[in-house]
Design a protein around this ligand. Structure first.
Ligand SMILES: [Mn+2]
Length: 424
């Protein structure tokens, strides 16, 4: 079945199927793709699946700054995300949706946000150029404010607005504002305060749910994003929930939802951990700290067999694969191709879990360089060159994800390019 669209302001989900829900992404490509992966898995299993973002797909940090806290250590990929999202919408029409967030509103009538620079709207529009800007503005202008279900849940970007009297108020709202409106004034704009408000009361939520009710079935709770909840989800009372999927959170806390549209959610207690409430990165650091300390000590003492055995029992995670790769890279006594290829396999698996770990890229680069030396010695110059080039690539990646590796990268590049020139 298709999602019903009422004048590009309200969307209504059908009464069956699974609905994946993600809150604010803010240009984080890795987290965005992880949500897309969760959706794709449903499609692969021939499930009747829908996907909803709660707005603010765009505007993230501009430069990776390794000194910044881990929570915002990524580079804005707004353009990639919007292009990818629109392509997915074309592939799965009426199944993939996003609400308008206050950051998207900046491009189609709202005030220009300034979290990461003095004007994030102009900054993004300059990066994408004039033609694409026009396309984006059209796309953002048609994003809905509210998503309604018959399973008992209403979704919005910000907290429920006390100014919404009925669904017509939302359906007929214009996104155009008077010029030069300030962010602070938005909290006073009726209806559109819905994309700015943080926090609500249960009375207000109950009133809001009644006001936006579309038919005889009354919805019972509102789920919104916009605010940062460090735990990933905050049950604010029986009628409202704040969801945080990506922005401002540590990986292990990032949370998304899987709603059963044929279910009946009577209040926020009907959302259950591991059924509706899911972790975006479930394998993150699941080995407990003591186990890790034990494994790291074993590696330090070059007791690789012990470390490998302990790691074999741990659930899959980037860290497990990184440590396994390290064991095989350094396995005493022989650095043979068998061990080195195993190390390569683990490092690539580790990157599949988390591509942004600069340490894995460094270890991978070292492994490729050692393998290249072995091929060089064996006079297999093609494979030697290939591995030297792969080594440079991963030294460069390590530098991209953490600029502290700059010196290492530059030295490695010079060293390996010299080796390559001797080969040709
Ligand atoms: Mn927001």
């Amino acid at each position: 079945m298709a999602v019903k669209n009422i004048k590009n302001r309200v969307i209504v989900f059908p009464p069956e199927g699974k609905l994946i829900v993600s809150a604010d992404i803010h240009g984080n490509k890795k987290d965005y793709l992880q949500i897309m992966e969760a959706y794709s898995k449903k499609i692969e299993n021939n499930e009747d699946a829908y996907l909803l973002f709660l707005g603010d797909l765009i505007h993230g940090p501009k430069n990776i700054d390794c000194n910044k806290e881990q929570k915002s250590n990524y580079e804005d990929q707004s353009e990639f995300i919007i292009d990818h999202f629109r392509a997915m919408q074309e592939m799965f029409p009426e199944r993939i949706c996003t609400l308008l967030g206050n950051h998207e509103h900046g491009h189609c009538g709202g005030p220009h946000t300034q979290r990461y620079c003095s004007d994030e709207v102009t900054d993004l529009e300059q990066r994408i150029g004039e033609n694409k800007t026009k396309e984006y503005i059209k796309f953002f202008s048609n994003l809905p404010l509210l998503a309604i279900t018959s399973c008992g849940i209403v979704f919005s970007h910000g907290a429920p607005s006390p100014t919404v009297r009925n669904i017509e108020d939302v359906i007929n709202v214009s996104y155009q504002m008077k010029k030069n409106i300030e962010v602070n004034e938005m909290y006073l704009v009726p209806i559109l305060d819905l994309i700015w408000l943080r926090g609500s009361s249960d009375e207000n939520c109950a009133r809001f749910l009644k006001a936006v009710n579309l038919d005889s079935v009354q919805d019972n709770l509102v789920i919104y994003g916009h605010d940062i909840v460090e735990e990933g989800i905050a049950i604010e009372g029986p009628r409202h929930v704040i969801l945080s999927t990506s922005f401002g959170l540590l990986d292990e806390n990032k949370t998304y939802l899987e709603i059963d549209l044929s279910n009946r959610y009577t209040n926020t207690k009907s959302l259950k951990e591991k059924i509706e409430i899911l972790k975006l990165w479930p394998n993150h650091k699941e080995i407990n700290e003591n186990q890790f300390e034990f494994i790291k000590k074993a590696i330090k003492r070059k007791n690789y067999e012990t470390a490998i055995f302990a790691l074999s029992k741990a659930p899959d995670s980037y860290y497990k694969f990184q440590l396994l790769g390290e064991c095989y890279l350094n396995r005493y006594p022989e650095r043979n191709l068998d061990n080195l290829n195993k190390a390569l396999g683990y490092f690539y698996n580790s990157l599949k879990e988390d591509h942004s770990q600069d340490r894995t890229h460094l270890l991978l680069a070292n492994t490729h360089e050692v393998i290249a030396e072995i091929y060089h010695y064996k006079k297999d110059y093609t494979l030697a060159k290939e591995n030297f080039r792969d080594a440079i690539t991963h030294f460069r990646n390590a530098n991209t994800y953490n600029p502290k590796n700059n010196t290492t990268y530059n030295h490695a590049k010079n060293r390996i390019e010299l080796k390559l020139s001797l080969l040709s």
